[in-house]
Write a protein that binds this ligand. Structure first.
Ligand code: CA
Length: 333
């Protein structure tokens, strides 16, 4: 009898161990962020691109946010229009002395006349990424933040899902120098749509950590936040990213944000081995969501998505990834 009970107990313990093993495996799945929508398949930051990413069942969809002349938040990758629209053809006289067309010089009505396309280098007129959607074909527009949110929330309703948003405030210092406080303008929009809560399905991201800090401490932002990390040479903002990558910098970030978004190269040493940034961030309770996975342009040394995701999960041990090909990312997360 004693032996029978002992055997039964062992079996129960074994099953419990097995269950907890599978539970821990499941919890290790990477968070998938659709980078500029399903940008591997459709022009980035269009509603079509966001809808396709939604159909993939990703965790979050990213809109980058820039302000128009009439202070409307619109979804575009940067403060210029010439990289992803036909602005030079429609408004040839509206460039600044540097030859660039600025979103902030155009009203929403004017921006709505433009066609949105895949990204090109305005100097060389060459595509920024390998050829994807046929350039200039079909018809796409630049969406507003409200149109983006209503699309995601509408699809969440019709598809019975709860896919989150991962908005990025672009160039707060530039906007401020043009007399517009992008943080103050965007926060009420997010609040109106239910995103200003600690439990809301959102990460608010920015390359300018002091803006996140100000939003948290002065403007009443309650949602989860991610501080993006760049290289100083990219001139993304005036901050020193070497500081923010250090233990001290990460500690500061952990006082107001829930994660960091470095580019993949910031997580490895010269030999391609983890350099400790992920460990340091995790020790402070910060999530790490690096950018960017591109199936058509994998980092050097990786031949397949599968290999790359194995490295992300088992070697780098990051928590999520921005991906242009989020359907493929979901396969291997
Ligand atoms: Ca972005």
């Amino acid at each position: 009898m004693k032996e029978y009970l002992y055997n039964q107990l062992s079996r129960v313990l074994f099953i419990l161990l097995l269950l907890s093993f599978f539970a821990s495996c499941a919890s290790k799945q990477l968070t998938i962020i659709a980078h500029r929508g399903a940008s591997g398949y459709l022009p980035e930051h269009t509603l079509e691109s966001a809808a396709l990413a939604h159909s993939f069942g990703v965790d979050y969809i990213e809109p980058d946010i820039v302000l128009t002349r009439d202070s409307v938040p619109v979804i575009l990758h940067n403060i210029h229009l010439d990289q992803t629209t036909n602005v030079a053809r429609l408004f040839p006289r509206r460039k600044r002395v540097d030859g660039r067309y600025y979103v902030i010089d155009f009203t929403l009505d004017e921006i709505k006349k433009l066609s949105a396309m895949d990204s090109i280098d305005p100097k060389t007129q060459k595509l920024s990424y390998p050829p994807r959607f046929p350039y200039g074909k079909s018809q796409f527009r630049v969406p507003t933040l409200v149109e983006f949110i209503e699309l995601i929330q509408g699809l969440n309703k019709t598809r019975g899902t709860n896919i989150g948003i991962y908005p990025e405030l672009k160039a707060p210092e530039f906007h401020m120098s043009e007399g517009k406080d992008i943080a103050k303008i965007v926060l009420p929009v997010l609040e109106k749509y239910g995103y200003n809560q600690a439990s809301a399905n959102i990460f608010l991201q920015c390359f300018h950590p002091p803006t996140l800090r100000r939003m948290r401490e002065d403007l009443g932002a309650k949602m989860p936040m991610v501080a993006l990390l760049a290289e100083n040479s990219w001139k993304e903002s005036s901050v020193d990213y070497e500081y923010y990558k250090s233990r001290k910098g990460l500690e500061e970030i952990s006082q107001y944000a829930q994660g960091v978004g470095p580019w993949l190269g910031q997580l490895v040493d010269k030999a391609g081995k983890p350099n400790g940034l992920v460990k340091n961030a995790h020790a402070l309770g910060l999530k790490v969501h690096p950018y960017t996975h591109r199936s058509d342009n994998l980092p050097l040394g990786f031949k397949t998505d599968q290999e790359f995701f194995k490295f992300l999960k088992n070697s780098l041990e990051v928590d999520g990834i921005f991906s242009d090909f989020s359907d493929r990312a979901k396969l291997y997360r």
